[in-house]
Structures are given as C-alpha cells and as structure tokens.
Design a protein around this ligand. Structure first.
Ligand code: SF4
Length: 329
C-alpha cells in the first residue's frame, strides 16, 4: 500500500481523487469506484499497489498489439481494479469483483520479467491506469533495465497524470467502447471525451493501436462504425484498428456478434485505413496478416495469436522499400 498521487483533501476527512474523470469523493474507510484507492484517516492510499491477480507470458499479439515487436513474448500482469463498469466485461472476475492477489514488489516484478526473457511488461487484463503508482515505479525500473512498458487500457485518465506516466510507456492498446458519449455515461460509467483525448495525446508519445468490441445493437450500426473510422483516420490512417467479436458474459446477455457485422466493419475500415484486423473470430476470407499499403507485399504473417516478420528489411518493405509502420526496436 502506498499513499496515492493526484488527490485533494476536503472537509470532514473526505478526499477527492483526481486520477481519472470519475473524480470520486471518498469518505473515510471507503474506496473509490475502481476499488483500488481507499480513504484511510483522511489520506488516499493505493491499496492495490503491487497486488497482482495474474502473471503470465503472452504473445504481444494477444494484447492485441500487431505492430509492436511482432511474435515476441511479454510478461503480462494486472491489478484487481477497474474504474469503469462494462456489463459485458470479459474479465469481470478479476476487474469487477474481489479476487485473490499476491504482492509483488516493483523490483521483483522486473526480476520476473528478466528471468523469463520477456522483452517488457504488459499491464493488462483489468485497468492498469488504476495501478498508477505501481505502474510508475515498476515502469521506471523496467525502463532502466532496457525493458518495454505496454498498457492495455480503457484510456480513462486525466491529462496531468497521463503526461506524467507517458515518458515510461512504449506502446498502448486503447479500447474505444463506443463513439456514443451516452453509452459511456449511462452504461459503462465512463467518459468518451477523456478516452479520445488520451488517444490523441498518447499518439504523439508512443505506439498506439485501437480496439473496438462490436456489440449487437449497442455500437454496431453503420453510423457508429463510421464515426469510429473517422476518428482513427483523423489521428492517422497508419493506426492499427482491431474489431473484436463480443460473446455474452457477466451481466450482458445479447447474442454474440454475427460474423456479418465483423465483415461489414472490416470492409468499411479497410477503405480508409491501412491496417485493420479482427479478433475473437476465425474468418477464412479475412486475413490478419500485415501487408504493405503501397505494394501489398506480405510484411508480417500471423496465425492464431502469434506473428512472424517475413517481408521487412531494415524497417522497410522488402519489395518496394516503403518504411513499415511497425516498431521493432
Ligand atoms: S481512479 Fe478510482 S478512485 Fe480515483 S477517481 Fe477514478 S475511479 Fe475514483
């Protein structure tokens, strides 16, 4: 446990957390919405500091990050907290409910990564931004030892703490739940503008990929998908976009996303963006390989959750020489 950063004291020993746009006002002995920060005697503490639900070696493709060190394995870890409330959360057991954790100090976590010959640490599965203090400390040590830091996140963080943490971060996959602010406000209890701001700022500092879980009748209309593509095109058509198939889980019972919706979204995005992928579904007529946008040369071949670089020399397409939009160093 560690005293939290980014909070202010109010009257009667209450505190206001300023890490994310929820701005929880927390009375003594209570936690904020994310369950990771608690008011103890009028001070805010990160009670999730170092408390880890999972440690696993995953391929980087599993995050999903397809344009960042393809094919490499990365130590993947998570806290038992999340600051939003997606009723379909595929990891609800560890993000939305109390789950057993074990304490791993920042030094020890970096030691585990090195021992497993991981090229970095991915803070993932739940919401790593609610692990802010641990992320900062572990990320600093990891960086000093030559490791990469990767976030798989909902992007719900205020601008000042974001700018504070970004120098440590090498890559992020940011999930856009919907381009409808009302879905954020009413259903997931978050804030769309904050997420889009996080993406715009982060794109200037590190490698970014975006995921959108397509959920029937929630965010899968042509209009919804079009707005998402507008945004991604605006930040750069080189930004990889992953459409992911939803399955009923936790509190959401709508049927799984039809394959036809994934195909529609994929085709719409491919008309305007360089790199579009699909996840949680196997489709014979959609390839998750990466091709050169200029000459269509195969750059990275993928099967299941792993990638293999095949058409890249010196960070350029081996056929036409175009600089590839893939981070490899
Ligand atoms: S980080 Fe947690 S405690 Fe702080 S404002 Fe967000 S939800 Fe509330």
């Amino acid at each position: 446990m560690k005293e939290a950063e980014y909070y202010e004291n109010l009257d009667n020993e209450r505190v206001r957390c300023k890490l994310c746009p929820i701005y929880c006002i927390i009375t003594p002995d209570k936690c904020g919405q994310c369950r990771g920060r608690k008011n103890i005697n009028g001070k805010l503490y990160a009670i999730n500091f170092g408390e880890t639900t999972s440690t696993a070696m995953d391929t980087i493709e599993k995050k999903p990050l397809y344009h960042f060190h393809p094919g490499k394995l990365i130590l993947s870890i998570s806290p038992n907290s999340c600051n939003i409330k997606c009723p379909w959360c595929q990891n609800a057991e560890i993000s939305q409910m109390e789950f057993s954790t074990r304490f791993v100090s920042p030094e020890d976590m970096v030691g585990i990564a090195i021992k497993n010959t991981s090229f970095g640490i991915a803070y993932t599965y739940t919401e790593p931004l609610t692990w802010f203090e641990y992320l900062k400390e572990t990320g600093r040590i990891a960086k000093d030892r030559g490791l990469k830091n990767v976030l798989v996140t909902n992007g719900m963080i205020n601008e000042q703490p974001l700018l504070d943490i970004l120098p440590l971060i090498d890559a992020m996959n940011i999930d856009i739940k919907s381009m409808n602010p009302d879905v954020y406000k009413r259903i997931v209890k978050g804030d769309l503008d904050t997420v889009l701001n996080t993406i715009r700022i982060s794109k200037k500092h590190c490698h970014i990929e975006i995921t959108n879980l397509l959920i029937p009748e929630l965010n899968d209309s042509k209009e919804d998908i079009s707005k998402l593509i507008d945004f991604v095109e605006d930040i750069g058509k080189d930004t990889p976009l992953h459409f992911s198939r939803y399955f009923p889980h936790y509190k959401w019972t709508a049927p799984s996303t039809p394959a036809s919706t994934i195909v529609m979204a994929y085709k719409m995005a491919k008309e305007r963006l360089h790199y579009v992928y699909v996840g949680n579904i196997f489709m014979q007529d959609i390839s998750n390989n990466t091709y050169c946008p200029d000459c269509n040369n195969l750059l990275v071949e993928r099967s299941f959750m792993s990638g293999r670089i095949v058409g890249v020399n010196d960070a350029k397409c081996s056929k036409c020489g175009r600089k590839v939009d893939i981070v490899m160093t």
